[in-house]
Ligand binder design. Sequence first.
Ligand SMILES: C[S@@+](CC[C@H](N)C(=O)[O-])C[C@H]1O[C@@H](n2cnc3c(N)ncnc32)[C@H](O)[C@@H]1O
Length: 314
Amino acid sequence: MNDEKLQMFRNRLTKMYKHISKLARRQLVTCYRVYDHDLPEFPFCIEIYEDKVYLAEYQRRHGMTEEEHEAWLESCIPAISEVLQIPDERIYFRERRRKAGRLDQYEKLASEKEFFIAKESDLSFKINLTDYLDTGLFLDHRITRGMVRDEAKDKRVLNLFCYTGSFSVYAAAGGASEVDSVDLSKTYLGWAEENMALNATMHPQFRFIHADVKQHLDELPADHYDLVVMDPPTFSNSKRMKDFLDIQRDHADLINKTLRAMRSGGILYFSTNYRKFQLEQEKISAASIKDITGATTPFDFQGKLFRWCYKILK
Ligand SMILES: C[S@@+](CC[C@H](N)C(=O)[O-])C[C@H]1O[C@@H](n2cnc3c(N)ncnc32)[C@H](O)[C@@H]1O
């Protein structure tokens, strides 16, 4: 590869790392993002998980053969290792390819199953940088998780589309009286249960529910939950679902059904990664809706976050 280009990448990563790692140290954060497509010719996302690096490549550069790509990567990895001062055997590389026009996000890739534990604040989470497309912890919701912990005392909490249950762990740590976690994936639900067990004494009030959220919402009692997190995928389709999920089309209905299951004065955190998302506020029967995207954007995602977050009160 052109040495000048590699030097540009090295310079950018050095600058980002210096800035972001300083903020991370100050906030005692040990898992954070350092680089996100900063240079188009280096379409990586780079995250640090304590002493390990997650390196994801989102799209293959045009016109490269398999061998050229390999050689290009082989020149990038030592640069990353040198700047971040982490040996290359602790750099985990993932290719996140597009399939049928959109990222095939939740597909499991291999069967190595290499898990380790990382800390966020005083809580522990199982992380996997080798076998799944995502790591087990979405770093951009660090602040939102803290909000959930602060508000959870003696509350009945519902975590919809819970993935590995990080919001549920925070809710339990905050003293929630009940935490229901719902996901369609048995793998992620099992992972959520393990995360919970790492941090809390399990009791029957922590439930892990294998269900399609769309159907589950219809079965919930009215006026029950005090605090709800709903962080759905943009699209979802599965044999287990009666109908596919399209967050732009379905969000008002999902939010209204969730509000029905909440007590008056309850809080719903709704988040979506759909870049072109437009909240249909007029269709939602809430006491108030506040856009908290800015307030929930952590230091390592400033100016780079393409997700939305709302605080909705019943
Ligand atoms: C964006 S992730 C949620 C991230 C999670 N809130 C967190 O912060 O860790 C989406 C999750 O939704 C689940 N999912 C997709 N479609 C679903 C459906 N119809 N019902 C329930 N879960 C679904 C996936 O298995 C995945 O775990």
